[in-house]
Design a protein around this ligand. Sequence first.
Ligand SMILES: Cc1cc2nc3c(=O)[nH]c(=O)nc-3n(C[C@H](O)[C@H](O)[C@H](O)COP(=O)(O)OP(=O)(O)OC[C@H]3O[C@@H](n4cnc5c(N)ncnc54)[C@H](O)[C@@H]3O)c2cc1C
Length: 410
Amino acid sequence: MFLAQPEATHAAGLDRLTAFLPHAGGDYARWRNHDFGPAGGNRVSGLSPWLRQRLLLEETVVEAAIDRHGLDGAEKFIQEVCWRTYWKGFLERRPIHWHDYHAACEEARTQQSRDRRLAADIDRALDGGTGIEAFDAWVHELRETGYLHNHARMWFASIWVFTLELPWALGADFFLRHLLDGDPASNTLSWRWVAGLHTPGKAYIARSSNINKYTNGRFNPGDQLNTQVSPPEGVERPPVEPSPMPVDWRLTPTTGLLITEEDQLPETLLGRHDWPLVMAVQTTGWRSIEPVPDRVRAFARAGLDDALARNPGARQAGPLELTRPADAETIRDAALAAGVDHLVTPWVPTGPTADAMAMLDQVLEAAGIRRQPVLREWDSLHWPAATHGFFRFWKAARPLIVERQAARSA
Ligand SMILES: Cc1cc2nc3c(=O)[nH]c(=O)nc-3n(C[C@H](O)[C@H](O)[C@H](O)COP(=O)(O)OP(=O)(O)OC[C@H]3O[C@@H](n4cnc5c(N)ncnc54)[C@H](O)[C@@H]3O)c2cc1C
């Protein structure tokens, strides 16, 4: 899908959306499960890197698809966009899954350091040397392009967990580092879903016939896959936390704007102002304790540059790397130098950037500077329904989309 590095700008995201729109109706519904490979031919949108960083908004994509095909005509595509909203809301309401994922990574790394055979098996899988041709090809495709088709992600994760019998969290970590769209909610929760940790009694089992059919005969693992899978028992259902509430924010002469890689269209939420300070912070390194590839860092950074260009201020700073407490002090000093005591920022959902923000907040608060996250209407309307499965969520989301559409055309 991305043989060349895609351009991380709002304009490039809109261009891709425009090019894809003719295919967002029946074409998508018919062909979305087929993965014809990196050389081309896939009928999915490839919009995920822009949606991930909110260089494109879910509502923009949904509205454009409805304008072109109607809600019924583009329903399959719109549902898929809403899977993203669902996973974001689901994790926001159960942040414990993010913390458990970290704990699972740590436990697996300890195991790996003690068990030479496991360490060798993991290395072989990550080098694309398992001998399962399809799996090995996907490893190379992900490393070389930063993208995998959804079906390939499902097959990959299933083979990782059930055939290669490797710790799910290390597979999720490999994805989160290498995907241009690497997202804490979609990635962690999809891996949990495949591994049978999301829906009690259900896991996703990759089958050779399915791979052969949907890769158009490119791959056929034959009897190499383990299909005798028993989903894990005793899947825990942690309590659901309340959905975050929108809060009012006030613009004062000492209010600055803070941009993160979670939402790179702040002007569509907060408006355009004569900000005394506009700051952008890069937190890509928090996605993993392993190095994050340059192409992923570069995509996040270019998105921050684009956001800075659209949001001028009396002063601008960044993109500033936020890795260590000393970086947080640099950010604090920039705020103090601009006379800012209040930094408003689009909502930072559970994940690596929120982890980085917890460190930043300590330093800011000690200097009397408050960071205020502002929730988007799309999230505040949809996340309350992210309590059970997707189809219950969709039952609530569809009428909201219909209502929104009616308001647009009124
Ligand atoms: C194991 C696994 C890991 C995944 N990790 C990520 C991840 O880190 N980041 C990520 O954005 N998606 C992830 N997905 C979901 C999905 O694979 C990608 O969003 C999709 O492949 C992106 O390609 P596209 O833009 O062409 O999608 P399209 O089919 O064109 O869909 C349009 C948009 O809808 C959203 N979307 C579509 N399918 C899903 C889905 N199943 N879950 C959530 N959102 C969806 C994406 O934002 C996507 O850009 C994962 C899926 C699996 C099975």
